[in-house]
Design a binder for this molecule. Sequence first.
Ligand SMILES: [Zn+2]
Length: 262
Amino acid sequence: MLRGLAKRMSPGMSRFRLFSAHWRPVLRRQPHGVTDVALTFDDGPSPVTTVAVLEMLARANAKATFFLTGTRVLAYPELVRAIIDEGHAVYGHGWEHVHLEEAGPAAALEAMQRVEGLLAQFRPTPSLYLIRLPYNDGFRRAWMHEAMARFHPNACFAWWTISTQDYRLADGCATLEQLEARCKALGERMRQIRHLPGSIVLLHEDPFGAPGALAPRVSELMLPHVLSAIAARGAKCGLVQPEASAMRNRWFFAPLRGDQMI
Ligand SMILES: [Zn+2]
């Protein structure tokens, strides 16, 4: 009876559902004892950023995790191939860059199936699937956890420890010099974060809807400062490592604390 009732509830009402057999883990940082910083790039691939980003990561001997948008995967398959050939991890970031909480569970499931259908042509579907939807939608919603559990039996939401807010960095910037100064300051702030080692860091490639004409240039200007900050703290950049104990815990509640914005 409860299941029937749940099915009749709209997505908007389902925020009140606390119990579900399908809560998936929500990762906020690397497992205890892992000091590698997990750089994560949303919204790519992009002809403006991806090649430069890959070159900088290679020079720093860094591995990163890319959450790719379906329409851009379709448009730039050679960039997807380049990311994978460099040993980075790729997952879907929806099909179009839209709010899937508003679209509902069927649309969210379809968006992820569609993007992964393309990505699976480049590499085998991972046995554990990191989920990050556009605008980080859905990880507090039981119905989205259920939809993602249907998408992949080992789905796991990848939130983050630190948001660089890089999508705001070019707002009001008139020149590349101004933007460069902001990127440098961000790197300095990042270097001061006590829990930087072992963190998951949110970055973007050519972010959708970012204000400022120079927004697509942020990745290439900011990444050197991010890599320097991590190196200065004696840490390396590695892939997101889901914790085995978290994956066994099906009754998982999304953490209530927010992320750190820098
Ligand atoms: Zn995004």
